[in-house]
Write a protein that binds this ligand. Structure first.
Ligand code: NAP
Ligand code: G4F
Length: 354
């Protein structure tokens, strides 16, 4: 067991919740930041049984990446050994609507943290992890993408994350900080936000399976992603931060699948075989057995610019840190569908008995 203190920004998010549980298991004291919201936003922590208690190892604090002093104050008070900057406006599609805010949170937010560490005189002993992303590769022509592949981000989200990426590299070189980037490809779980495509699909499949809905409305069926499991990702994040030397690492499975394949696999979990008919915005997914239309394309989910294909090359992280993903694409999809069906059934039972 270790007796280190970690500060996780964005602990109420998918990765933050899993990382908090992972570090607590290792014996860390974990401090997480949360934002004020008008409704409770800690349901993921609740699902993992993470409740702050007096005298316990898990603590929550209000802070916001756009408020530099809130971060400075926390770092000064907590003196963490490790800082994991996971907080972000993480929705690529939404970043086209709130571009300036996305830059402030995702780009400047990282600078606020790095500056706080430097100004507090902690640069020589704090380890800093930056949640970088495969969105940095954008619509570039090269794949599989590795640490040498040129970045060509094509969304406000991706461009903002580029600021955070290079700031992390700059503070490493300029101030000898142990500051690392994890270039993470898409990773999912039952705790994934419901507006990301995987969870949107698995919730729809669960609702169709329980008779609550007829059809899934979807955007670009042909986009391809390297989808791993968030539990594997947080293990990689920790290994990057523990490495003697700081660096930049791709965390990926090395496999890529289309949105179409994800949908087929998710429907297969409830025994439905999806057949595709039509083209473009008129394409439909039909349940072969019942003839019912289960998937329709809706152009409102198209983006102004799209990242068509992500497939990571995790050779460096395998070679240097011995990390590799364990949970397969098939296991991931099955776990998500089963979790959504179980949750929905529990809700329906609760409604019937109340
Ligand atoms: P997520 O579920 O959307 O969680 C984001 C977290 O950041 C939440 O706790 C959110 O708070 C918080 N947050 C948002 N804006 C903030 C602000 N201005 N100040 C403070 N906190 C703020 O994202 P995730 O999937 O866990 O991803 C974690 C990080 O990895 C993000 O930086 C994301 O961009 C990056 N990343 C994710 C993936 C992926 O596939 N999941 C891949 C590559 C990189 P609320 O709960 O209040 O919204
Ligand atoms: O699930 P998505 O919204 O994730 P996206 O855009 O790849 O971003 C996620 O992964 C990044 C890492 O590469 C993270 F940095 C980022 O924070 C986030 O976690 O969309 C995946 C693909 C896109 O090509 C999108 O156009 O699915 C396509 N898609 C098709 N129909 C859809 C839909 N995406 C969403 N959200 N909703 C749809 O109806």
């Amino acid at each position: 067991m270790v007796s280190k203190t970690a500060l996780i920004t964005g602990v109420t998010g998918q990765d933050g919740a899993y990382l908090a549980a992972y570090l607590l298991e290792k014996g860390y004291t974990v401090h997480g930041t949360m934002r004020r919201s008008s409704a409770p936003n800690h349901y993921r922590l609740d699902r993992l049984g993470l409740t702050p208690q007096v005298g316990g190892a898990f603590h929550l604090h209000y802070a916001d990446l756009t408020d530099a002093m809130s971060l400075m104050r926390l770092i000064a008070a907590l003196k963490p050994d490790e800082i994991y900057n996971l907080a972000a406006q993480s929705d690529v599609a939404v970043s086209f609507s709130v571009a300036a805010y996305t830059h402030q949170a995702n780009g400047l937010g990282a600078v606020h943290l790095l500056e706080a560490v430097r100004h507090l005189g902690m640069a020589s002993h704090v380890r800093y992890y930056q949640a970088s992303t495969s969105e940095l590769y954008g619509d570039g022509p090269v794949w599989p993408q590795n640490e040498e592949t040129p970045f060509r981000p094509c969304s406000p989200y991706g461009v903002a994350k580029l600021t955070a990426y290079w700031s992390t590299v700059n503070y490493r070189h300029g101030y000898q900080m142990h500051a690392s980037n994890g270039i993470l490809f898409n990773h999912e779980s039952p705790l994934r936000g419901p507006n990301f495509v995987t969870r949107k699909v698995t919730i729809a499949v669960a609702e169709i399976a329980t008779g609550q809905r007829e059809c899934l409305m979807i955007g670009n069926l042909n986009a391809k992603r390297d989808w791993g499991h968030a539990k594997d990702s947080v293990d990689g994040i920790w290994h990057i931060t523990q490495h003697k030397e700081p660096g930049d690492y791709v965390l990926a499975t090395g496999e890529t699948h289309s949105v179409r394949e994800f949908i087929e696999r998710a429907f297969a979990c409830i025994g439905a075989d999806i057949q595709w008919q039509g083209e473009g915005v008129h394409e439909q997914g039909i349940d072969r057995k019942t003839g019912k239309v289960r998937v329709q394309v809706d152009p409102q989910f198209f983006r102004p610019t799209e990242v068509p294909l992500l497939c990571g090359d995790p050779s460096k992280v395998r070679r240097e840190l011995g990390w590799q993903h364990r949970i397969s694409f098939e296991q991931l999809v099955t776990e998500m569908v089963e979790s959504d069906i179980a949750q929905l059934k529990a809700q329906l039972t609760a409604q019937l008995t109340s």
